[in-house]
Design a protein around this ligand. Sequence first.
Ligand SMILES: Nc1ncnc2c1ncn2[C@@H]1O[C@H](COP(=O)(O)OP(=O)(O)OP(=O)(O)O)[C@@H](O)[C@H]1O
Ligand SMILES: [Mg+2]
Length: 263
Amino acid sequence: MDKRKLKCPPIVIMFTNNKGGCGKSSECIELAYLLGEKYKVLAIDMDPQCNFSLYSDVDLENHKNIKHILDVDFENIEECIQHTDNYDVIAGNRELVNATKLYPDSDEEYILQEMISEFDYDFILLDSAPAQSLLSIIEYTASDYVIGVTECDDGSLLGIKNIRQDIKTITRRRNPKLKYLGIILNKYENTNINKLAEEQLNEMAEEIDCKPFKTKIRKSSKSSEAKLMRQSVSQYAKRNAIALGNRELLKEIIKRIRSDGRM
Ligand SMILES: Nc1ncnc2c1ncn2[C@@H]1O[C@H](COP(=O)(O)OP(=O)(O)OP(=O)(O)O)[C@@H](O)[C@H]1O
Ligand SMILES: [Mg+2]
């Protein structure tokens, strides 16, 4: 059955924070899985660590992947796509750790943006590496929306602020339509220190003019268990707080996209 619902080019959402380990790949997999229940979804692993591909249990060795897409002369996108239960994946490639050397031509920044209309999907989710690089510029250039993912620590909160600066730079020249859709507070616990971090996040959000989503994603050991099983928590333990939280979060995400007129 063809799930394609939206009669418009794919809506491209990038998950980012230059701080490592805050849950970008985890959130990307939860939301790809849940969005994929209704819509036609493609997730692209833009991180040379390839964690998203690993968590999604796709072939990282013998299947064509994102590097083949970025290699300019490559034309057959279909050959790069792998299927999971609810969503499709273009796997990452470890060689892309040298992306700047591999693609010295500045036109490369536009390659994904130019290809987006060729993808027959409702949503494309981009999982980012925890670093600024040519790959993140390619993602910013191709995206409609950025979602910042943070946990309750100084480093990732600072990362959330840095995203606003990146968006300013990108909208000036490469991609004027790019918007900061929202911030996900991940690994949340009801402790005083987490409440303090949440307050700091809310203050910073006003400064950078981007609202955190109301739904916070709870910390739970099911996150690592699900990864060992190569599944999203939403698939592995659908009553767990991470799964239930992401269902609520997804409603907020869709609402913001709708009120922006994209759906
Ligand atoms: N809500 C959560 N509760 C508990 N653990 C979590 C949660 N979200 C993520 N984690 C754990 O945190 C670790 C890092 O998560 P993840 O790989 O998603 O982060 P990341 O931001 O993508 O990291 P990187 O910057 O290296 O790409 C993983 O072990 C994951 O299981
Ligand atoms: Mg990751």
